[in-house]
Ligand binder design. Structure first.
Ligand SMILES: C[S@@+](CC[C@H](N)C(=O)[O-])C[C@H]1O[C@@H](n2cnc3c(N)ncnc32)[C@H](O)[C@@H]1O
Length: 286
């Protein structure tokens, strides 16, 4: 996927509406088109989970609990939690993604799953003030939000007291890198300045799930450091329970240096020094 620098957005509103256009253009592709292979839709419909074993272990039993999935995309992760016994709600600002999530819930017969179209910033109103036992989010979610303080405030409002926020994301280290051809083959190098508060504005072709897809997208994303994420949660009434880093990632940003490690996960090929690629974080609303 070739990316080039895009003009900066006039304001956050323009950034969010161009991001919405980009996500709307990918929903059907990921659910029913050439991106369905990446999303393992056939295997998932046949019963495979989209969740990593560490997510199931670190979250603990979700049986009978109300779980809100923020930025749920096409609902594959959300409905995987329903299969683990949670009563699920999914929220995303892309109507096309929510339509696919609802279609999947129908196919799987998960009748009590609920999907809502809303921006994260409007989620409290969209969910009419409901409070949940668990908020699950991540895997390429936080970078689309222009204000993590607002995100943490929304999460706090949507959780019951002692409720759990759980997220999995790529590490700030990965988010600062790009790949280039070196004397011994492709190598990673630091490209993005995480002290620049963003957004990073780019135009690219295809999707992370289907690099050959014939779409061009303009995106604006904010790559956050650990201090920004953790301080946003601490300042909005959360206790951090743990943060764990792993050498596996839920997508392969540079296919030339990644190889599959297990279904839905990739790691750096042998010969590359392992680096923390993803992390999980659990926080409790005090
Ligand atoms: C990479 S997906 C993350 C979900 C999941 N890991 C997956 O791949 O199925 C990011 C999602 O965030 C949603 N999104 C981006 N900005 C948003 C916003 N401001 N409010 C709500 N949803 C947003 C997009 O529509 C997209 O579905």
């Amino acid at each position: 996927m070739a990316w080039r620098t895009a003009p900066p957005p006039a304001d956050k509103e323009e950034a969010i509406s161009e991001n919405l256009e980009s996500w709307n253009s990918m929903a059907h592709l990921h659910a029913q088109g050439s991106g369905a292979k990446f999303y393992r839709i056939d295997q998932w419909l046949a019963g495979e989970s989209k969740l990593a074993p560490w997510e199931i272990e670190e979250m603990g039993s979700v049986g009978g609990k109300s779980l809100l999935h923020l930025q749920c995309h096409i609902g594959t992760d959300t409905l995987s939690w329903a299969r683990e016994g949670a009563k699920v709600s999914g929220l995303d600002f892309s109507p096309n993604a929510i339509a696919e999530a609802e279609r999947f819930a129908g196919i799987l017969g998960i009748d009590d799953a609920r999907f809502v179209v809303s921006r994260v910033s409007d989620a409290v109103e969209a969910l009419a003030g409901e409070e949940f036992d668990i908020i699950y989010t991540g895997r390429g979610a936080l970078c689309w939000l222009p204000d993590l303080g607002k995100w943490a405030q929304v999460c706090a409002s949507l959780l019951k007291q002692d409720g759990m926020l759980y997220l999995e994301e790529s590490t700030p280290m990965v988010n600062s890198l790009d790949v280039e051809e070196g004397p011994d083959g492709p190598r990673l190098f630091p490209k993005y300045d995480l002290f620049n508060m963003g957004p990073i504005s780019e135009i690219g072709e295809g999707s992370y799930a289907s690099t050959e897809a014939d779409i061009e997208r303009t995106t604006h994303c904010w790559e956050y450091r650990y201090d920004t994420i953790i301080n946003a949660l601490l300042e909005n009434g959360f206790r951090i329970d743990f943060l764990n880093e792993r050498d596996e990632l839920f997508f392969a940003p540079w296919p030339e240096v990644f190889e599959p490690s297990r279904p839905n996960y990739w790691r750096l090929k042998e010969g590359h020094v392992p680096i923390p690629l993803s992390f999980t974080l659990r926080a409790t609303r005090l």
